[in-house]
Design a protein around this ligand. Structure first.
Ligand code: 13P
Ligand code: SF4
Length: 301
């Protein structure tokens, strides 16, 4: 009988033909046990291709829903059913339908950080990694961007497209302020600054780059980058340190913590695999419409 928790998870994972996918903001020990760690785009690409019977999603609810949208016959487990994304809950499908009535003829582009029901009401989906690329494929100049106003503003500036922006935001990223960036630059004058596009525009304006979480990981790996100030959720530093020994990384703000991402623990992963719950399953009527929106995104990249 396997006695340590990691061994027990690996044993059950094998027995159940499961794959463990983890987001870059997961606790270090959860990242270390995962088969794959990545950003939202990479995780949905992995979920679309896996031949495992069970997907253990170490992330937040909308990510597990996306895996379920792409894999209706597989069991998708979210080890803590309460791990949600507050931004995803800043709009629901009724509010979106109402907004669409106010804006006839608009194309709805929705951030992947959204519920399946909201995706089902949307034309396109995007992540922070491919938002600019997805937007550049859309001919219409009447765009409603749902629901991160700051990512929407970032994409609008990069593409030159004017958009209606739903006023959603990430409570974790808005904690990073321009004062934080200025302070870190003063303390670490040789360091580059990279932030997530969910940050406020004033913060993005002070950075050298704004990138998705895996974009930040790739930026840090560049040989010329020796010191980096990182404006996103602090747990990304686990992977940055692990993959770049000898380089220096500084969180822009120690307050940038996503409590929902921290809800997944090794104990909960073990229990989830053992009990085969909590299961995330998107109802078929919503899934089919949401899949059309997610597929358009996956076809662009
Ligand atoms: P990424 O797609 O960049 O990993 O971002 C996900 C997220 O929730 C950021 O807050
Ligand atoms: Fe949602 Fe922000 Fe947490 Fe990402 S960091 S899951 S956007 S609350």
């Amino acid at each position: 009988m396997a006695n340590n928790i990691t061994e027990q998870i690996l044993k059950l994972k094998k027995e159940k033909n499961a794959v463990i996918l983890a987001h870059n903001y997961q606790r270090g020990e959860v990242q270390d046990i995962a088969d794959f760690v990545g950003d939202s785009l990479e995780l949905s690409q992995k979920a679309a291709k896996t031949d495992a019977d069970v997907i253990v999603f170490c992330g937040v609810h909308f990510m597990a829903e996306t895996a379920s949208i792409l894999n209706p016959t597989k069991t998708v487990l979210l080890p803590d059913a309460g791990a949600g994304c507050p931004m995803a809950n800043m709009i629901n499908s009724i509010q979106l339908r109402q907004k669409k009535q106010e804006l006839p003829g608009y194309t709805v582009v929705t951030y992947i950080n959204s519920t399946a029901a909201v995706k089902a009401e949307s034309d396109y989906c995007c992540t922070s990694a491919n938002g600019v690329k997805v937007m550049n494929t859309i001919k219409s100049d009447k765009i409603l961007f749902v629901q991160d106003q700051y990512l929407g503003d970032f994409i609008s500036k990069r593409t030159g497209k004017k958009m209606e922006l739903w006023p959603g935001y990430c409570p974790t990223h808005v904690k990073i302020t321009p004062e934080d960036i200025n302070k870190q630059r003063t303390e670490h004058p040789k360091a580059k600054v990279v932030v997530h596009p969910e940050c406020r525009p004033e913060v993005i304006a002070l950075a050298d780059e704004a990138l998705s979480t895996s974009g930040i990981i790739r930026y840090a790996a560049r040989p010329e980058v020796e010191e980096l100030i990182v404006g996103t959720e602090v747990e990304i530093l686990h992977r940055l340190h692990k993959e770049n020994p000898g380089k220096k990384f500084y969180p822009a703000s120690a307050l940038a913590v996503c409590p929902n991402m921290k809800k997944i623990t090794l104990e909960k992963i073990l229990e989830s695999l053992d009990m085969m719950m909590p299961v995330v399953k998107v109802p078929e009527e919503i899934r089919v419409r949401a899949k059309a929106c997610v597929d358009k995104m996956l076809n662009v990249v």
